[in-house]
Ligand binder design. Structure first.
Ligand SMILES: [Zn+2]
Length: 477
């Protein structure tokens, strides 16, 4: 039985989708005005892992994650850089896709962009006004928080405590400082769309409400995002959807914890900041993915060199174990199988691994627990592999491990795990080619002793050199 922590109830709840076997899931995506930072990357990796586990347990998942391609940040940045908002968006959407690929995120079912849903937004804002939960002033439209008694239920923030200027924008057009913008009238140099109230653009919160409903209907099952989005963004999404459609939009609200850097809050102005790009450029991509999900998603996660070094070593340990198993399989394939006690032990360890991993992940997606099960298995695998007598159980070990690692977003396919292999085979090939070149040089210089020595020594290590009319070729014995 899967349990998930619901921010709305502040409890772990038994997970049951609203509609049979189908899980409908929305995760707030990036505002595409700048390079995503490592905290954003954490959110991407966490919800990708949650999605993968749901799929592994047999659910069909519709996964929607958006691009916020128009809002205040987009407009400020575009004006500062002297580029069109749409060009800024295109640049950072491409950047996001590259990072998504490097972090091995499964492609979303759909990546909607806010600007593709202006009609839906206008429609929702109209419904909120019609239902008496908002008001228009000079072309702007605001949500009237006083009209919604359950406002604050998600964040636990008492609306009465919200003072002007503290965590809400001050704006003299608002009837109440807690009210928030649904629609903003155009200012010079801003992108704008027609609406009944003004030529203008949507408020940020309105965008996610509408995209969630458009692709998933409401209510849907899971809404995810970083903890920093609980208030005001998600609180306001709930307010809008209940005001417009008369329904709570989401059954389970999931939020990932903050990412700190060297135990300090991430802050651009303090220089305590890392972009996902920098981190991916400095470390093995799989190690970065591993690091991002190495802590429980609701806990804070610290970014520091040590943590990334440890993640790199962990991934390396998995690769080494897999390589040894592959080596043992090829030996057994040549030598033939024999009975061995280790085979039975390994079979038991495989069963224990699957069971333990699923048990941990079913407890609110406890990735550190799941990872601990993987490493307990790796230790046993390393001990047993040299003693195993049959290739079949080793293949089963690799298959099981591969499936579970895939849930964590670690590709242990031949191609990726074998990166070590393929790079060493590149080195081997380059070295032999070089030796053959030197042999040719020696022959041209009539130094036949050296040329023969190279050929003979290569033959000793299993490389057969053949002289053809197109020059020498080689193959492994
Ligand atoms: Zn959102």
């Amino acid at each position: 039985m899967l349990k998930v922590h619901n921010t709305l109830s502040r409890k772990k709840e038994e997970f049951e989708p609203l509609e049979g076997n189908h899980v409908r899931m929305y995760v707030c995506g990036p505002t595409v005005y700048d390079y995503p930072h490592i905290g954003n990357a954490r959110s991407f990796a966490v919800f990708d892992t949650i999605r993968r586990f749901l799929e592994y347990t047999g659910y069909r998942v519709t996964y929607v994650t958006n691009f916020t391609d128009v809002d205040d940040k987009m407009i400020d940045r575009a004006n500062r850089d002297g580029v069109a908002v749409s060009d800024l968006a295109a640049k950072f959407i491409a950047e996001y896709r590259q990072i998504a690929d490097e972090l091995n995120l499964k492609p979303a079912t759909v990546n909607p962009r806010a600007t593709e849903h202006i009609d839906d937004i206008v429609e929702m804002v109209g419904l909120i006004l019609k239902n008496g939960k908002g008001y228009a002033v000079d072309g702007d439209v605001y949500f009237d928080v006083s009209e919604l008694k359950e406002y604050g239920a998600l964040s636990g923030i008492n609306p009465e405590d919200l003072s002007a200027g503290a965590r809400v924008d001050v704006d003299e057009k608002k009837q109440d400082p807690r009210d928030f913008a649904l629609w903003k009238a155009e200012k010079p140099g801003e992108p704008s769309w027609e609406s009944p109230w003004s030529k203008g653009r949507p408020g940020w919160h309105a965008e996610c409400s509408v995209m969630g409903k458009h692709y998933l209907g409401i209510p849907f099952d899971i809404h995810g995002g970083g903890q920093d989005l609980i208030f005001p963004h998600h609180e306001n999404e709930i307010a809008q959807s209940t005001a417009a459609y008369g329904e709570q939009p989401v059954k389970y609200w999931l939020h990932n914890g903050f990412l700190t850097i060297n135990k300090d809050k991430m802050s651009k102005s303090e220089g305590n900041f890392a972009t996902a790009r920098e981190v991916l450029d400095n470390y093995d991509h799989q190690a970065v993915r591993f690091y991002l999900i190495s802590g429980h998603y609701r806990q804070p996660l610290d970014y520091n060199d040590d943590a990334l070094r440890q993640a790199t070593q962990s991934v390396e340990r998995i690769r080494n174990a897999v390589d040894s198993v592959r080596g043992r399989i090829s030996i057994l394939e040549k030598a033939g199988s024999r009975e061995a006690e280790a085979d039975e032990k390994l079979s038991e360890a495989i069963a224990k691994l699957s069971e333990g991993f699923v048990r941990e992940m079913s407890d609110d997606f406890n990735t550190p627990g799941g990872i601990a099960e993987v490493f307990a298995f790796i230790r046993e695998l390393n001990t047993l592999t040299p003693e195993v007598g049959g290739a079949a159980v080793l293949r089963e070990a690799l298959a099981t491990l591969g499936v579970l690692l895939e849930i964590l977003g670690l590709e242990m396919s031949e191609k990726k795990v074998g990166e070590g292999d393929s790079s060493s085979s590149e080195v081997l090939k380059g070295s032999i080619d070089l030796l053959l070149e030197l042999r040719e040089d020696a022959r041209k210089a009539k130094n036949f002793a050296t040329a023969d020595k190279i050929r003979d020594r290569l033959a000793e290590i299993g490389v057969l050199v053949e002289d053809t009319k197109d020059g020498p070729t080689w193959k492994l014995k």
